[in-house]
Design a protein around this ligand. Structure first.
Ligand SMILES: Nc1nc2c(c(=O)[nH]1)N[C@H]1C(S)=C(S)[C@@H](COP(=O)(O)O)O[C@H]1N2
Ligand SMILES: [Mo]
Length: 545
């Protein structure tokens, strides 16, 4: 240990090298864990497990802030945050290990335990899920020991003018490079192995041929799309469809392995179905707009798709379920996913005649993995968090009094009927249209009630009726358009909708928690005087917009 006590000039590089040892040990541990997770379950890798546990425990207010600030990138931000914290602790453990090797190793091992307990805390976890983190912690501790021992090993006396305490630089350097190379190799192998593990699922999706619907949806009316540049496409392509879930790794379920178990209160004939049996049933095609309770007024978490699926009400009736209005015992249908999500839906809503679906198809294709392959629920008129369970594998009949599903335990309301909302897609906030005719257009939704009227006003003036695009039924959003004769200056345009029950969208501003935001979407624009367009062409004028 004489090196530690020698000139201070030698302390600093040694501290830095200790940090390198710590970081490398962590990398080696993560790589080993990655290989183990690829074999056991991708979600069981330590970073994903800690991230998932963090998602489960993050207070709803913080989660809503993250969704607002980072949108769908919130998961990447979370993962990066975990990696940064891990790197800092690993570097610290390495520095510590130079002086107190056992203590540094203990920190590394403890981190494995943190990962393991996170993995075990995830819904639906099995004991094996702890193994990747335990292995990772042990590998990290072992690698740290080897690296630090090499770092601290003095040169043979007389071999260096510096004397004892100077490490064998070449031996240490070789060990560092070797460890880095082996870890990188293991990391890569883990990734490949992970991809190989889901290759069956990928192939099962590619090979899935969806039967034709017994009840096809009528074609979308040509006039359902408002003809204004900048307005959302009426049907949202799957790749642009918003995604909201707690999954840090998208579950990739093999269609051949998929099973759905239906059981619980009032189920006289519990069943377990496979996909072949599900697809043998008559399929219904229906256009439904899905919206998220976390959507701010004017926000992007709404999408419209043509779904193909099995009528859930028929299936429930077959297994003996009756809705509460017909004396049924259960008032809550709890859907569970392969990743342990639970979503509670009113049985009454599912069985009241609306097209509540066990969906297998989205816009003519099998569901994308990110949107719930092979089977998810979709119920018109309810927010996704109380209706749209993806990667579904269990339906359990119970009561709202007896059971709170995942989001309800996190301060969201038990019941989540969609609130009437309208959104201005064009012009965008901060746009600078030229004075004169400006087309204001967007979408409005009140699923299962339908949209009867949309109105627009400027600067708090009188409301003007917007032109409604053709309706594709009450379960989808409706597009609208209002030609505005815009005068130069700064203006705020607002929109509100009226549903087919006659209820006008409330202007009262409320946040997303606990049951969906309310208020009118407002967009402020700067209308350019018509002559600025002309002056742009003049010498010295601004460049053309
Ligand atoms: N398994 C699972 N299903 C889920 C969720 C989830 O986190 N996990 N999120 C729900 C929420 S809050 C919404 S809004 C919809 C979103 O569906 P999408 O990602 O296909 O747009 O999925 C619902 N189904
Ligand atoms: Mo949601």
């Amino acid at each position: 240990m004489s090196g530690v006590q020698s000139a201070s000039g030698r302390l600093r590089p040694r501290t830095a090298l200790g940090a390198v040892c710590g970081l490398l040990a962590a990398f080696a541990g993560l790589a080993a864990a990655q290989v183990a997770a690829a074999v056991i379950r991708p979600e069981a890798s330590p970073v994903t497990a800690v991230g998932g546990a963090a998602v489960d425990r993050t207070p709803t207010a913080v989660k809503e802030w993250a969704v607002r600030s980072f949108g769908t990138a919130d998961k990447t931000v979370l993962t990066l945050g975990i990696v940064v914290v891990l790197a800092l602790v690993a570097a610290g453990a390495g520095v510590l290990a130079v002086r107190r090797t056992r203590a540094g190793m203990a920190v590394a091992a403890c981190f494995g335990l943190v990962g393991a307990s996170a993995a075990l805390s995830r819904p639906g976890a099995a004991w094996q899920d702890a193994l990747p983190s335990v292995l990772g912690g042990l590998v990290a501790a072992g690698v740290l020991y080897l690296l630090v021992r090499a770092l601290n090993r003095p040169l043979p006396v007389g071999a260096s003018p510096g004397g004892a305490g100077l490490m064998d630089r070449r031996g240490f350097g070789r060990l560092v490079l070797g460890t880095a190379a082996v870890s990188a190799g293991a990391w890569y192998a883990g990734r490949r192995l992970g991809a190989y593990g889901s290759a069956g699922a990928t192939a099962s999706r590619a090979g899935l041929v969806l039967p034709a619907p017994a009840v096809p949806a009528p074609p979308v009316p040509a006039g359902a799309q408002a003809r204004a540049p900048g307005v959302s496409p009426f049907l949202t392509p799957a790749r642009d469809f918003y995604r909201v879930d707690t999954a840090l790794v998208v579950p990739r379920v093999d269609a051949g392995d998929w099973r759905l178990r239906i059981h619980g209160d009032g189920v006289t004939r519990p069943v377990t179905l496979d996909l072949r049996e599900l697809l043998a049933r008559p399929l219904v095609e229906h256009d439904i707009t899905l919206t998220c309770v976390s959507n701010e007024v004017g926000g992007p978490y709404a999408g419209n798709a043509r779904w193909l699926g099995v009528r859930l009400a028929d299936l429930l009736r077959e297994v003996g379920v009756r809705p509460p209005s017909q004396g049924g015992r259960a008032d809550q249908l709890v859907a569970r996913s392969v990743d342990g999500m639970t979503i509670g839906t009113p049985v009454e809503a599912v069985m009241d005649g609306r097209e509540a679906l066990l969906a297998v198809g989205m816009n003519g294709e099998p569901l994308p993995f990110a949107h719930g392959f092979p089977v998810r629920m979709v119920v018109p008129g309810l927010y996704g968090y109380v209706s749209a369970c993806k990667w579904l594998n269990e339906l359990r009949l119970t009561t709202f009094a007896a059971y709170d599903a995942y989001w309800v335990r996190r301060s969201w309301a038990r019941q989540g009927p969609v609130k009437t909302q309208s959104r201005i897609d064009t012009p965008r906030a901060g746009a600078e249209p030229a004075a004169g005719r400006v087309v204001v257009a967007g979408v409005a939704w009140a699923q299962h009630r339908g949209i009867a009227r949309v109105e627009v006003r400027v600067d708090g003036g009188p409301w003007h009726g917007a032109r409604l695009a053709d309706s594709d039924g009450d379960d989808t959003w409706r597009q609208w358009l209002w030609p505005w004769e815009a005068a130069p200056g700064r203006h705020t345009v607002e929109v509100r909708a009226t549903d087919r029950t006659g209820a006008v969208q409330t202007g009262e501003r409320r946040g997303t928690v606990p049951d969906g935001a309310t208020g009118w979407h407002a967009v402020t624009v700067h209308v350019r005087a018509a002559d600025t367009v002309r002056s742009a062409a003049e010498p010295g004028g601004r460049a053309v917009h």
